[in-house]
Ligand binder design. Structure first.
Ligand SMILES: [Zn+2]
Ligand SMILES: [Zn+2]
Length: 694
């Protein structure tokens, strides 16, 4: 197709370009035309061409001394000239520039760099495309070649290119280089600051961003809307354990002072930031005061509730969104949060309705949505439906596989979870850290301690291993693992150990674990309660009192037990001391009747789970008030006799409720599914699927 020789470029390069043409099967017209133009021009204008620079071997070298100066610096000026001989120089320069630009767009960076080496006057746009290309191709060595040439060509103080360089080094994961670009530039426009803020935030250097932000404010440069978004995100992008909530609040104040509260994007980021800090009230305050909301804002608020243990409100906000906004369609992000809320509540019927909606809106081709559907069904007790959806997926990513692994896990099918894990590896999907966490979790529930995999453990893995060994009453081994950790054991690891100490009543290890936990998480009431539980089980009542005092002194409250049950597509919550439920009398009466009848069949109340030093009768009364039993009774009274009773509990199921529910499943001939904070219990005909191991 190209008949003319490629002149004006080193012969080897011309040949390469021809090869490149033949390698492109379709011979894309753009490349061809660019090449043709280039060749023609090079052939047509031989006299003044800086031959040495372009590597053309010829004896009559003409120094281009008469070239107008502006040609070097403003090549675009060519368009001002009529098409005549005078326009030649600039046409040549831009054609080389055009060639580089076109090669960059085509992804042929190597060739672009070879042309660059022979181009004395690359333009800003040429450098821009080269920089983007280096980032796309993840080539640090090329990036540095471009950067060095750019400095040589006098673009070092070009603030526009500085922003591009910072972005590039961020993508290449070289934050030192990005920082050097920033440090060397004198004219730091807001764009340069923003580029660095964005890069540092993406890499998790939140504190550095906030320090720089303070410096920027001192120099008097005003923030723009992007600045606020980046510095807000920086507050939740810190790798250290230090909370940057206070800084977030200060930025919030800045935003209000500078009149940016009407920017949807900024305010949505603010909702998200407060959500990540667990400040649900702040988030909802910001959200409710937003003059304009888009689908992202609604999704952020729904996610905030879903992720902060308030699934009821998440579904409520979703309902509001559907009622209030007719032109806003929920997107896949919204649906993922809504499904998570259904999963948290084990609201199977609600979940099915949402599934129907997803199908109608065609959101069922989006991977995260389907993966969450799998998890939702499994967590709502319908493992089979989740499995079927998983099997029908035409494409699966690591998240989908993880969903299936953890689904088997919470239902206690450790062996099946391992099978799915192996299948995933067989299909060439590399396991993510979450895969191992799900897998280890699954093994823990199934008691399969001996399965081992060669992994690079993170804190989560250690926590799982400790949990795994701890549950299997291999507490000493668990403690040894913690001692041998190469990374700092965080609250998760110590929390796992304390949880296992609770199961096996190991006071000595519990003391050790809780000492560390009280330092690491002074305001987590759960740890104090666990320790008090352990002391109570060991009948160390003075110590129980001491821990309870500690809890009060820190102004903390024990999380009250709460159970949810879905009856006829409505979700009801029951708490241990629930006097508001209109059926409470009926529920109590039924429980008392059942308890008496079951005692005759061999049910013995496990009064040891009551942590107060009371007489047996009083303890039994307290036991009957546990929210999970109330929910079972509520289900027996209100639901269809053929339907399974599905309950979710916010804490671990106590031993007595477990035994009680086993008896009821046989006594009343009902299937009862209870999901506690750890796993699923499927009660049927007097036995539980967990085989009393949870
Ligand atoms: Zn209980
Ligand atoms: Zn069970």
């Amino acid at each position: 197709m190209i008949t003319k020789p490629i002149v004006g470029l080193p012969p080897s390069l011309g040949l390469q370009m021809l090869k490149q043409q033949s390698l492109c099967a379709s011979g894309s017209p753009i490349t061809l035309s660019v090449l043709c133009i280039h060749c023609c021009i090079c052939v047509a204008i031989p006299e003044w061409l800086p031959r040495k620079a372009i590597g053309l071997r010829t004896p009559q070298v003409v120094q281009p001394t008469y070239l107008p100066i502006h040609f070097h610096h403003t090549p675009r000026a060519s368009s001002q000239h009529p098409i005549s001989v005078t326009s030649r120089p600039s046409t040549i320069a831009t054609s080389n520039n055009h060639l580089i630009q076109s090669l960059c767009k085509k992804g042929n960076l190597k060739l672009a760099l070879q042309v660059l080496a022979h181009e004395p006057n690359p333009t800003q746009h040429t450098y821009e495309l080269l920089i983007i290309s280096c980032a796309d191709q993840s080539s640090l060595s090329d990036a540095q070649t471009v950067h060095n040439k750019l400095i040589g060509d006098g673009f070092e103080q070009d603030s526009f290119l500085a922003t591009k360089l910072i972005n590039m080094y961020c993508e290449l994961d070289c934050m030192d280089h990005a920082r050097q670009v920033f440090d060397k530039i004198y004219n730091r426009t807001i764009y340069v600051w923003n580029a660095l803020f964005r890069a540092l935030t993406l890499k998790g250097h939140g504190e550095e961003v906030l320090n720089l932000y303070r410096r920027m404010n001192q120099t008097g440069i005003a923030s723009d809307r992007f600045t606020y978004t980046y510095v807000l995100k920086a507050c939740v992008a810190s790798k250290s354990f230090v909370s940057l909530l206070q800084e977030g609040k200060e930025i919030h104040a800045h935003i209000l002072r500078h009149g940016y509260e009407s920017y949807v994007h900024i305010m949505t980021t603010l909702v998200d930031v407060y959500a990540r800090f667990g400040c649900v009230e702040y988030a909802s305050y910001v959200f409710n005061n937003m003059p304009v909301k888009n689908v992202v804002s609604w999704s952020a608020m729904i996610a905030c509730y879903a992720k902060n243990g308030r699934p009821f409100e998440a579904l409520e906000v979703f309902r509001e969104m559907m009622l209030e906004t007719h032109d806003l369609l929920p997107n896949s992000v919204t649906m993922v949060s809504v499904l998570q809320a259904c999963a948290a509540l084990a609201a199977l019927e609600q979940g099915k309705l949402i599934h129907g909606y997803i199908l109608r809106k065609g959101l069922d081709s989006i991977l995260p949505v389907i993966s969450t559907l799998v998890t939702m069904y499994a967590r709502c007790g319908d493992l089979e439906l989740g499995r079927r959806i998983f099997c029908q997926m035409y494409k699966r990513d690591v998240v989908s596989w993880n969903s299936m692994i953890s689904s088997y896990g919470i239902h206690g099918f450790g062996a099946k979870a391992i099978k799915v894990f192996k299948e995933m590896v067989y299909h060439g999907v590399s396991p993510s850290p979450i895969s191992f966490v799900s897998l280890l979790g699954a093994c823990s529930h199934a008691g399969l301690v001996e399965e081992e995999y060669g992994i690079y453990p993170s804190v989560e893995h250690y926590a799982c291993m400790v949990d795994l060994l701890g549950r299997a009453n291999r507490l000493d081994e668990a403690a040894k693992i913690i001692e041998g950790m190469r990374i700092e054991p965080g609250p998760k690891v110590w929390g796992s150990l304390l949880g296992s100490c609770r199961i096996h009543c190991n006071v000595e290890l519990a003391d050790r674990a809780s000492r560390r936990l009280f330092e690491l998480e002074p305001v987590n009431a759960g740890n104090y309660v666990l320790l008090a539980d352990i002391y109570a089980e060991a009948k160390m009542w003075d110590d129980v009192k001491r821990v309870k005092k500690l809890l009060e002194a820190r102004g903390l409250q024990k999380v009250p037990g709460c159970s949810w049950i879905e009856v006829k597509r409505k979700i009801y919550s029951l708490t241990s001391v629930d006097e508001l439920n209109p059926q409470i009398e009926q529920i109590h009466a039924l429980l008392l009747k059942l308890s008496m009848e079951m005692k005759e069949k061999g049910y013995v109340p496990e009064t040891k789970v009551v942590l107060y030093d009371l007489d047996t009768e009083e303890k039994e009364r307290i036991l009957l008030g546990h929210s999970e039993k109330l929910a079972v009774a509520f289900g027996l009274i209100n639901s269809n006799k053929r339907d399974a009773i599905r309950i979710t509990k916010n804490l671990r199921l106590c031993e007595d409720c477990h035994t009680f529910t086993k008896f009821i499943s046989k006594f009343a001939g009902r299937e009862i599914l209870v999901r506690d904070v750890n796993r699923f219990h499927h009660f049927k005909n007097g036995v539980c699927s967990c085989e009393d191991y949870w």
